[in-house]
Design a protein. Structure first.
Length: 478
């Protein structure tokens, strides 16, 4: 109700007030308008403190700090409020309490003043004292909940940043004026919390667990704030600490390495054929790794015209990492050592593989194919709906792309290792394993390892077939 409508409403009640006897029209109007104005101020004050409380809790400190860096004065004030959030929340609670008490005191009087002549006019003057009090209570409760609570609360939640910026300055003034009372309230609250064993923090904390971050990413993707690819990359970054080097390394038998016991011509030919740029240099075999040879170093030496008696003349240091090292740690080690290649050793110190920076990066952005890559994808979906899977495929990819249910007690990292572990021996082509609603068949194998697997999703039995099988019951021995 706007002020002009409120004035018309009050003026329409003046004849009734005169019939009830008592005050003159002028004094009654002035008193009623003052009481209504006080009531409106208290409702607005209550709404202000409610909006301030929810906006300060909801707003992100990072947003306010970004605005403050641009020179926004109100953002600077808001940042100061958020850095002392508990104290300012105490100020909000004090303001809400004072406004609510004021509404209860002033609201009943003004409602009684407006309703009393109405009951006198309709012929029930004796019922005034019994009816106006509950009606006044209901009216003030309605105003308090709707205008003083719900509206500012919803507004603050939906527009947290603008609301926080708008309330910061007046809230700061209120805080300064009533600081002694607010300090007592805040100190008392902290004492009670400490007694209950609750950690008291200063300022506005924005700490999220990994699961909360995943939920935020999912909600942001659903709302169109991030793309599906961006969400997958960020989730893959969170997954790095759960994966180890063994899961992404090039296995020992697939490593292309140089041997300083071979003639230089053979090593150069191997470099040209393989089209890699970094090679482990070994003294005979992979159990005697000398270091790493970079093709650029070899090319520069050949271009200079100076003979190279041995590849050890251009060898670089090659770090060794355990196969159990988490990928996030491995990534930092690559950065610290300023290298893109490392050898992987098992618990006995034997070389079990080689890992590259690209192997780690692919766990975040997906497969990276350059102009020299000729290998097929680890998982290929055929036209018949079945999957052709490389035995070196990571089990996480097998689960994600094919939907295979992997038993929790499996210790293998690859699809080939899974088949060997479940069958208990190195399988031959044609051997099968069923996992849930999927059947895994060995297509290609060597005497020492599996090479290719086919994954087929089995059609679940229809409801009619299940009902028929259930109706048969156990076989009758008679």
């Amino acid at each position: 109700m706007n002020p002009s409508a409120l004035t018309v409403f009050v003026a329409s009640l003046l004849p009734l007030a005169e019939l009830a006897g008592g005050e003159t029209a002028g004094s009654s109007t002035a008193t009623t308008l003052l009481q209504l104005a006080l009531l409106a101020v208290l409702v607005c004050a209550n709404g202000f403190f409610v909006a301030a409380e929810f906006a300060l809790v909801k707003v992100r400190l990072s947003q306010v700090e970004n605005l403050a860096r641009t020179g926004s004065w109100t953002a600077g004030v808001t940042r100061n409020v958020l850095s002392h959030l508990d104290e300012y929340l105490s100020a909000c609670q004090l303001g809400i309490t004072l406004a609510s008490l004021g509404l209860g005191w002033a609201g009943e009087a003004v409602a009684h003043r407006l309703l009393e002549p109405v009951f006198g006019w309709i012929g029930f003057p004796g019922a005034t004292q019994y009816v106006t009090v509950p009606l006044a209570f209901l009216l003030i409760t309605f105003l308090h909940i709707s205008l003083g609570e719900q509206v500012p609360k919803i507004m603050a939640i939906r527009s947290a940043q603008p609301t926080a910026l708008a309330v910061a300055v007046p809230l700061t003034i209120f805080y300064k004026l009533l600081w002694p009372f607010i300090w007592v309230l805040h100190a008392t609250s902290n004492l009670i919390l400490a007694t209950l064993g609750v950690r008291v923090t200063a300022g506005h904390e924005e700490l999220h667990s990994e699961e909360e971050l995943r939920l935020i990413l999912a909600e942001s993707a659903a709302g169109g704030q991030v793309t599906r690819g961006e969400r997958l990359m960020m989730e893959n970054v969170l997954d790095l600490e759960d994966k180890v080097t063994r899961q992404v390394m090039v296995p020992r038998r697939d490593i292309v390495y140089l041997n300083n016991r071979r003639p230089m011509v053979e090593n150069v030919a191997l470099i040209a054929e393989s089209q890699y740029t970094r090679f482990p240099l070994c003294d005979g075999d992979l159990d005697r790794v000398v270091g790493m040879v970079h093709a650029k170093d070899l090319l520069a030496s050949l271009h200079s015209g100076k003979p190279i008696p041995s590849l050890t003349e251009i060898v670089r240091r090659l770090p060794f990492f355990p196969e159990t090292m988490p990928l996030d740690v491995l990534l930092r080690e690559f950065q610290k050592n300023r290298t893109h290649v490392a050898m992987v050793v098992d618990e006995y110190g034997t070389v079990s593989g080689m890992v590259t920076f690209e192997n780690v990066l692919e766990q975040v952005v997906g497969p990276i194919q350059d102009e020299f890559d000729r290998e097929l994808p680890m998982i290929i979906r055929r036209s018949n709906g079945r999957y052709l899977v490389d035995a070196l495929c990571n089990l996480d990819d097998l689960v994600e792309q094919c939907g295979v249910a992997i038993p929790k007690d499996v210790t293998s990292d690859t699809a080939g290792g899974l088949m060997v572990e479940l069958l208990g021996h190195i399988p031959v082509p044609g051997e099968k394993v069923r996992l849930g609603n999927h059947e895994l068949t060995v297509l290609d194998a060597e005497p020492t390892r599996v090479r290719r697997i086919e994954v087929q999703e089995l059609t679940p039995p229809s409801a009619e077939t299940q009902a028929r099988e259930s109706a048969k019951g156990p076989a009758d021995d008679n």
